[in-house]
Design a protein around this ligand. Structure first.
Ligand code: HSE
Length: 414
């Protein structure tokens, strides 16, 4: 029998307890031992839980229990999770977490502590919920040089954009619906401003390229400024707008990493990933594109990934599983203004013919998007790839000449 503790009994934590209880035989068959939940840490009371006798409000009950070999952290947030996880690893207990904020902020340090204490720190559930992605990048695709990872990494924003694209709902109404359905938090900032997706692409980039990339080094834009006009122009161009987290490895081994809404072509494998689903594409030099698709959030999908990590820890109690990246100062990340991208631009001008001429003089080449339902004096075009900083300068020049730019959205070459 292997004793485990679960810190947090919210959506994911209760799912972990449920799977360990209901899938007891299945898990036994996999590890040859019973997984026994010895403690559950939560400040709330759960008198009706079948595991009511295991609850504690005191972390000391877990850290001081030498029987507990694996600790699951599903509290969320950085504090006190960081302190608790660190102490567990230092005392030789393996830790499994679904906490992307924690891994994105302290992953390198916690992996180092795990290594020094010959124990495991696993976090499959931190990216893509129930979709296997950490293990595939770390193991199955390890023979590849990965040139790029791009994904729809946030279910809430994907649900909102899907409603805007398929049902013509505006952003505010789609967000309200997401909140009613329990997908979006009452304070939706982390999702709609792209911070959640940023943490996830940081974890994937750190894993793929071996150096920690911290979220504050990543240019991040959310979806709050996307309008139904942009959705329409994306369709005229031949695609859809998705919030994409993307990292590309450049020939000098630097990383071009960004989170932003992008127009992606309808033929892209990510274009039809709708509603709350996530999709992640990994470009390997041996495999070509590999795409992972599934439920990126939710109680049982996320708990499924957590329990798989628990099983892996139990199987590797004596020999550490190799999962590691080094700390870094973010110097491998290029300035976002150096990132080369094509761009969709929509603007309002007094004279549309003059405005297109001005746009042509600034951008080397433009592709005009014809829209029979265009607003009066509206222009829209896609420019050829150029440095994002140059695009910003050109947008300033348009604005300074009275051509008011209302939208500027990257084109994703996916
Ligand atoms: N808020 C996140 C999402 C939950 O919408 O994808 C899963 O990380």
């Amino acid at each position: 029998m292997v004793s485990v503790a679960i810190m947090g009994h919210g959506v994911v934590g209760s799912g972990v307890a449920e799977i360990i209880t209901t899938h007891k035989q299945k898990l036994f068959a996999s590890v040859g031992e019973e997984i026994y939940i010895k403690h559950i840490l939560d400040l709330r009371e759960f008198p009706d839980s079948p595991l009511a006798d295991r609850f504690t409000k005191n972390f000391d009950d877990i850290i001081n229990d030498i029987d507990v070999r694996v600790v699951v952290e599903v509290m969320g947030g950085v504090n006190p999770a960081y302190d608790f996880v660190k102490r567990c690893l230092l005392s030789g207990k393996s830790v499994v977490t679904s906490n992307k904020e924690l891994v994105a902020a302290h992953g390198a340090e916690l992996l180092k502590i795990a290594s020094e204490n010959n124990t495991n720190f696993l976090f499959e559930a931190s990216v893509g919920g129930g979709i296997p992605i950490i293990r595939p990048i770390n193991q199955c695709l390890v023979a590849n040089n990965v040139s790029e990872i791009a994904g729809i990494l946030n279910g809430t924003t994907n649900f909102i954009l899907t409603k805007m694209i398929n049902e013509g709902m505006n952003f505010d109404d789609a967000l309200k619906l997401a909140q009613q359905l329990g997908y979006a938090e009452r304070n939706p900032e982390a999702d709609v401003e792209g911070h959640d997706a940023c943490r996830k692409i940081c974890i994937l980039a750190s894993l793929a390229y071996g150096k920690h990339i911290y979220p504050d080094a990543v240019h991040t834009e959310g979806i709050t400024k996307i309008t139904l006009d942009d959705v329409k122009y994306a369709s005229i161009w031949g695609g859809v707008i998705k919030l994409i987290g993307k990292v590309k490895r450049l020939p000098d081994k630097k990383c071009d990493i960004v989170v932003a809404p992008m127009l992606i072509p309808s033929k892209s494998q990510l274009a039809n990933i709708d509603d709350v689903f996530n999709g992640i594409m990994v470009r390997g030099d041996c495999t070509g594109d590999v795409v992972f698709y599934g439920k990126g959030a939710g109680k049982l999908p996320t708990a499924s990934a957590v329990v798989a990590d628990v099983i892996d820890c139990v199987k590797h109690l004596k020999n550490r599983k190799y999962l590691f990246w080094a700390d870094s100062d973010n110097s491998s990340v290029i300035d976002y203004k150096e990132s080369v991208t094509a761009m969709y631009i929509r603007a309002i001008a007094d004279n549309t013919a003059d405005a297109y001429n001005k746009a042509k003089s600034l951008f080397s080449d433009i592709h005009i998007l014809e829209n029979s339902e265009a607003k009066e004096n509206e222009i829209a075009f896609v420019c050829e790839p150029m440095a994002y900083g140059e695009i910003l300068n050109n947008i300033d020049a348009l604005n300074n000449s009275g051509i008011k730019v209302e939208s500027a959205i990257r084109i994703g070459d996916l």
